[in-house]
Design a protein around this ligand. Structure first.
Ligand code: PBE
Length: 297
């Protein structure tokens, strides 16, 4: 008798406890998940390499908007992996993003509005040569100075690389398929015979694309081309000190503005090779937030 009553009470207690738990879970739940958006995201913005300008700008945004978030650094590849995984599971995610980038063709994404301007305005990507390159390698200098393409060109290369092809092979194919553009870059320039040239770059998908393409063009003109992969800070230091001959990966005026100022006068800015680039916080289109301000709790 006592035993039966005890069982009944215990069952009721469990039922009440379970109901209370369910009530808590639905409280403030978003998209069927539990907790606030910040809790679901573990207050994390998925960043890329620590040296990237977009990571620095994201940290600036955390400060400007007074967010409780931290920017987790990793790599461009880890970021796109996390983005793909989140989208496959329809989970929320916030990444440090930029375009040109293949992710906008692969997924339905949006930039979060940035009313405080932490990420700056539209950016251009510049070609920067070391001091003295114009005298030492006038042919390469001329080609680098002429190098200019569209975001859609860069994205076409990035998409193929993301599909698994070797960057050098994709660049080869792009150069073969776009001889009209390449002819403008090499117009009136004489070929050379095995002169060594070094281009430094960071392993961002966009810069893997551009550096391989211009490297292929220089190689076709007779240069013995080395592509040296480094981090962002060392890339700027290398072109300022003359350790590398040129970079085509300078995002200006905002993203790499600090490096530009630091080494101003120690390099030769050849101007934009691509216009209308952008950086910011990027989320899947299915997320309900539209502005960085929506992350303030
Ligand atoms: N990026 C791609 C770089 C520049 C090119 C936006 C990741 C950066 O943030 O420094």
């Amino acid at each position: 008798m006592f035993n039966r009553n005890f069982k009944k009470v215990a069952l009721i207690a469990i039922a009440v406890f379970a109901l209370a738990l369910a009530g808590c879970a639905s409280d403030g739940g978003e998209g069927g998940e539990t907790g606030s958006l910040g809790e679901q995201l573990d207050y994390t913005i998925t960043g890329i390499d620590a040296g990237a300008g977009v990571v620095r700008s994201a940290e600036q945004a955390v400060e400007d908007y007074g967010l409780d978030y931290t920017v987790q650094t990793s790599s461009g590849a880890a970021m796109t992996q996390a983005l793909g995984d989140a989208i496959a599971n329809e989970e929320p995610i916030i990444v440090t993003g930029w375009n040109p980038h293949w992710k906008f063709a692969a997924y339905d994404l949006k930039y979060l509005e940035d009313p405080k301007g932490s990420f700056g305005e539209a950016e251009d990507i510049h070609t920067i040569a070391r001091m003295g390159l114009s005298d030492d390698m006038p042919e390469a200098y001329q080609i680098l100075d002429n190098f200019y393409w569209e975001g859609s060109d860069m994205e076409a290369v990035m998409i193929e690389v993301n599909d698994g092809a070797e960057p050098a092979d994709v660049a080869r194919q792009w150069v073969d398929d776009n001889q009209d553009k390449v002819a403008e870059w090499t117009d009136g320039v004489d070929p050379v015979d095995g002169v060594e040239i070094d281009l430094a770059y960071v392993a961002w998908d966009s810069e893997i694309a551009s550096t391989n393409v211009i490297g292929t063009v220089l190689s076709d003109m007779g240069y013995d081309v080395t592509l040296t992969q480094v981090e962002n800070g060392p890339m700027w230091e290398a072109v300022a000190s003359g350790q590398t001959d040129a970079i085509v990966a300078a995002w200006l005026p905002g993203t790499h503005g600090d490096h530009y100022e630091k080494y101003d006068g120690e390099f030769d800015d050849l101007g934009a090779n691509l216009e209308g680039a952008r950086i910011g916080l990027v989320v899947p289109a299915y997320m309900e937030i539209n502005s960085i301000e929506d992350l303030v709790e």
